[in-house]
Structure formats: structure tokens, C-alpha cells
Design a binder for this molecule. Sequence first.
Ligand code: PAF
Length: 610
Amino acid sequence: MNSQRPGRLSVGIVGAGRVGAVLGSALRQVGHEVVGASGGSPDSLDRIDTLLTGVPVLDMVDVARASDLVLLTVPDDAITSVAAWIAAQGGFRPGQIVLHTSGRHGVEVLRPALEAGAIPLAVHPAMTFTGTSLDLSRLEGAPFAVTAPAPVQPIGQALVVEIGGEPVLLADAARGAYHAALSHASNHLVTLLVQARRVLEEAGVDDGARLLGPLTRAALEGALTAGEQALTGPVSRGDVGTVSGHLDALAGTDDALATGAAYRALARSTALLAREAGRISDDRAAELERLLREHPGPALPAAVATAAGTAVVRTRADLRAARARLGGRVAVVMTMGALHEGHLGLVRAARTAADHVIVTIFVNPTQFGDPRDLEAYPRTLEGDLAALGSLGPDAPDLVFAPGVAEMYPDGVGERAAGVVAGPVARRYEGASRPGHFDGVLTVVAKLLHLTQPDVAVFGEKDAQQLAVVRGMVAELAMPLWVLAAPVAREADGLAMSSRNARLTPSGREQALALSRSVVAARRIAGAGGDVTAVLRAARAEVTGVDGVALDYADLVTPTTFLPAGPDEAGELTYVVAAVVDGVRLIDTTPLVVGGAVGRDDAGEPDVAPR
Ligand code: PAF
């Protein structure tokens, strides 16, 4: 490797943040010359002053021009645009080394530098930085993940060795997982300890850090050397009673929502590990899983309930009492949480239709076919309440957020009865998710009985769910008006969904094929096209698109969800579903086929066709 030693280099730092300034200082200490640094904030200027004393502050392009080695130590999301800007100004040259320190990215983000002939390196120190000289000693022996094209990997390794680090070669494709693992271990450890200290302080232990120190250091050491064999404690012993006691105790603490959620999530993962390691039986693991899923959790803190004048209740009894206090017309909006702007639109629509609004938040297990999907569904009650609070005068009067045991007291599998949906539920979404609509109708019926509304608001986005619910309300003569609210969309047209958060940036791009197909359907219907013409244009946008596994794209009758025949005319619904990035997405629009112009809906996508 020594033959690859880069020799004395002129080093430029684009972005003198904590990492840039410290690495620049370390490179200077081993004989390289730092010729310039950019960074306009007072903190950056301070760091240049103290860690890079005497180094001129230059414009980023001038920094790059003056350097053999350019450290692009800017925020992760800015790397490509900064590199593109410098490249466009002629700041890069062949043979120059351009290095970024993002953990998440490989060298692809340095493409503009690579295209200018520079050598791209991704070198991430697996270490936290304070941005002071203290960090210099932390570099000694610190691992650095080095990603680079094979011929130039030794250059990255040599630079790391020079400043005292330990290079670890990492494939480009592994960077995302690598960085997630580091964050999970180091950042979440801090969260965990802060939560534990707060619980101890509330219990009257003044110096929580002192009490936790020896135990957590021993656990850390154990985990690093023996992995899951180092597990101790009630979960790894299968002690369900003690875990249940912990959940009760945490439910009474100030930070009950956040700490309780973290405790449950980690206890469930711990139970899985303990079972894998043969420490507890399958039955005991299942018992723990049930407890952790179904424990009712905390009564919500009064502060949350009163922030926007919204009362938050978790039990049927409290709901009954709170509902009795609401006079006039009442509207309900049913959700599974993970609220986004689309849900808030439903609440606003409910406000226009009634004197009082109830929002229910319940991740309903009976409508999930795949237990992994249920497991992965986000549960974000605290954030949901904050989002509802942000509606100010439109915030709901009441939120009902029951636990599973409150909704299914006999157990999900042991429930005495349920609603069975009609044939409309066996097509399209129903065909891909057998039993899904039975689960939806069962919980919707229960929530309607519990909340006793005059109006129930559902989103048009779930067009088939809307049809199935309307069918049930009519069939069972429920005294209720079902109000449909239009599809809410992101600025680029993508239909809003809690699932969008699971898309990668490239999947997010690919997902736009669905809204483009909606635009195409509306365009052709608006121009008087018949069923065949509408479908041809709409399907062309979602067929054979990279990364988009189309399930269906069809025109259906809104009430029956039977496919429209080629000569059918009048009000129809265009529905499309596809899996993108492993995430199932749907989109829809109502339209009029056969000459009339389609409804001009505020919720329809406003994006140019491709
Ligand atoms: O649309 C949803 O979020 C759910 O299907 C509903 C209606 C809340 C029932 O769980």
C-alpha cells in the first residue's frame, strides 16, 4: 500500500463542517497542505479559525481549483449538486482526488467529478464528531468505510492509514445498509439511554447515568463479543408476567407514549432473537408477542388531549362518555394512523359536513393478510395527534385510539362474528388481498356502532373500499351518510398514501407512472374517447415501465367494480394498482366516458404527461 502513498497533497475543504474541519486538520498534521476552505456560517468560520488556523476562506470553486485532494464535506443531499456546480465551473481536473464523507452514499454521487476525470472516493469515518480538536485523537484506530473503483481503492486506504484510521473496504451497493446499521446502533442507543434515564429520574433516582453506567457498559461489551448470547433479562427468560408489569409501569410515566413504543418494539425484537438463539420456546415467544401487541398502553397524557381542544380516548367506556357530550351532527373519519395531508383533508371535509368530528386511529389486524405487512405498518400515535392538532380550528373534537384488545376483546382469531363483503370485494384489490374487505367492513361496522356518527367520510383514493362500505351501509340499512373526499396528491401528482414513505427515491420516481396513467385516462375521456381509447392511453403509462409491476389498470362501474365493456358510457372509475419497490400502490379517478368532459376535481393530478 505504501507505493500508493499519495505524497504531499494540496488539500481543499468544501464545507468546513465538523467532519471537514477535523479531517483537514488531521491531514495537515501528517504533512499535507490545506490550501483553502469554504463555509459561510459563523460556526464554519470559527472552526476554520481554530482547527485550520491560517487557511484562507475561499469560494468552493476556487477551493477545488487549488487542490489535489478535494474534501466535499457538505450535507449528504447536497453532494451531487455541489459537485455538479464545481464541475460546471471547471473546478475539477483529471487525476485530482475528490472525496466525500457521507456514510449513506457510494461514489455515484460524485459522478460530475468522475466525468471531469477526477478520482472519486467515498470515505466515511465510523465515529461521531464534535468539530473540535478533541476529535483528532478519536481518529486514531477509528474504522473508515472506503468505497471507490477498485484501481483507486488503495489511495483511499492510504489516506485513512495516514491519519491513523483503519480502512474497511465496502461495496457501493452496501453503503445504505452499512449506514443504517451504524445509525441504529449508535443513535438509537442514545435515545434508549435518555429514555431509561428519564424513567429512573421520575422514579426518584437522581443520578440515572451513574446507575445505568456499569450495567449498560457490560451489556455493550457482551453484545459486541457474544452477540445475542449476551441477552439477559425477562424477555430472554420468557418471563411474560414481568414484561407485562413493565408495560403497566411505563404506561404511567410522563413519556409513556414514546418510551412505551420503544420498549415494545425492542422487546419484540428481543423475543425473536431469544427464540432464534433457542433461549425461549416458540410458544413463549408467541405469548410475549401477543402481550406486546395487545397491551392497552398508556392513557394519553392530558396535555396531548387538550393541545387543540381534542379529547383523546382509548377505551370504549371513555368513548361512550365523550360521545354523549357531543350534540348536533357528528362526522367520523376512520384511519389507521400514519396520518398525512390526505387524512387531514378528510378531517377538513368532515368539519364542513357536521358540528363535531371524531377521528379513529386503529391499525386493524383483520384486514391484513400478511402478518409481516401488519408488523411493518407504521404506528405513530404521538405524531398523528400532533398532525391533527396542527389543524387548529378544524382539529377533531375527539380521537378514539383503541388497542387491539379493546377492539377484539375475544382475540382476533376468536371473534364471535364479522361482516362478510359481497362480490364487489372479490375483484381487483379483493383478488390480490383475499379477506381484506371482510376485515375492513368488520372494523368499520364496529367503529360506526361505537362512534354513532351521522356522517362517515372516506377517501376516494380507496375507491373499492368506498364502494364496499357504501354497499354495506345500504344493505344493512345503516342510518348514515357516506361522504367521499377527493384524492389528495403530492405536488408532482403522486396520490398521497402512508405507504409512500416506504419508497426509495428511485421508487418514488417510478411510482409517478400511476398518476401519469390517471392523467392520461382523464385526458382521453375528456376528449370524448371511448373505453378502449381511455384504457389504451392509461395502460401505456404503466405497462413495461422499469420498476413498476402492474397488477391492474381498468375502467369499472363505480358501485359494482365490474369492468366496463367497450361500448359502455357514462360515469366510470379508472383504477390502477402496481407494486413499486416492494410497496403496493393504488390510484384512481372518477371520469365520464362517451363524450362528456370528466369531472373537474381539485384532487386530480396536475402533472404534465410524460
Ligand atoms: O382506509 C383505512 O385506513 C382503513 O381501511 C379503515 C377504513 C380505517 C379501516 O381500518
